[in-house]
Write a protein of this length. Sequence first.
Length: 420
Amino acid sequence: MTLDSKTHGSSAMTPPATPTLPKSGPGPHDVSVATSLARHGSTSSFTSVPRSPSIHSHPVALQIFDYEVLEYVILVDEKDKKRPIGSGVWSDVYLAAPSTPKPAEQTYLLPPSAVKSLPSSPIKSNDSAIGLHLFPDVPPLYAIKAPASTSARKVLKEEGKVLSYLSQFPDSDKHIVQFFGQDTRNDALVLKAMEGTLEDWIKKSLNTLSPTLRSTKLAAVFPQIALALIDSLIWMQDKNCIHADIKPANVLTSSTPADLTSAPPTVYSDFSSTILLAPELTVHNASPLGAGTWDYLDPSLLSSQAPADPSAATDLWSLAITLLFLVLGCSPFDAFRHNKYQQREMIKSGAPLQCLAYDDAGIQNMRKMKELSDALGLDLNKWFKKVLVKDVGKRVGVEEWRDELKQAVAGKGKGKGAMM
């Protein structure tokens, strides 16, 4: 059966032609499900995308975690073992409780070959957190992102520089995960522990609802989440920051009431692929450490002839795919997940709005798009297409894209007020 005959909905466009080369065999979905605080090591990561010229001599002091003033202790499970909440190629992430310094106590976060000196002993509770009232900004729990090997230290050191730079701005905690400094004993990053990721929230709090309730909740939360993430992207771009790995797993969320109108607050995380650009400073080539999940990569980055550098435009593409994931509850390329080669060819084709309409799931995807379009008073297919077009020159800028959504939401609100 051809792609044309399996595409649903009168407004759907025909997906690009299916590749005819032999398929590589079934494989796991390209959407990464690992925690966003760890560097993912799945086959979904596109590790051959090099980091373009980047700032590594930015005149901002590295923020150091002062463990002589305030320490942390790694939490353990019921068997008194440290269990990472996330693991990947570059890092392991542990939950830790703030505590007063106890120099005599130590624990290993890294293999012996990678450890210089070590944080404090694992504990089961916050009982040792004596005198923490003196530190009002200390979170209930830290997320300790520790390098998984000696070679991973470089990655976390670079990420520490990025976080130090961004965290110097007073409103940074509204846009990025809160950073408390780099632990110089092992180069671990000390971050605020959050409730979960946007990917987790979509799967657990949205996709588990009935179709009717999901549609109702999505209509309420989509504008809040979308505008918050767009505003945070603008904030990063104003700071000459290219994230280079935006996806639902790299957006952290806070807890919210379990109702149909509350949207979780969101912040960006995982800056291990990030590029800082500043024209007035000398730049040099970085190591090819960048990585990204295929589903969310701008097709211009995947060209075998002349791949583009990560940029503001490629970040906006990744955010648009992330918001499509929010609408659909899955990747727009999900129908092709059983054939890795075919799926990647579809991603490189740069036609996600066509791909989401393919196969049996296309009926449900088109229904979700239409229901949300009707609820918002905005043609979502046209709105997404202003960014999700392969020709970068035909895309609108992030502020214009945001303003169109804001105007639609404001107009819908006025319409409801007039009917009351």
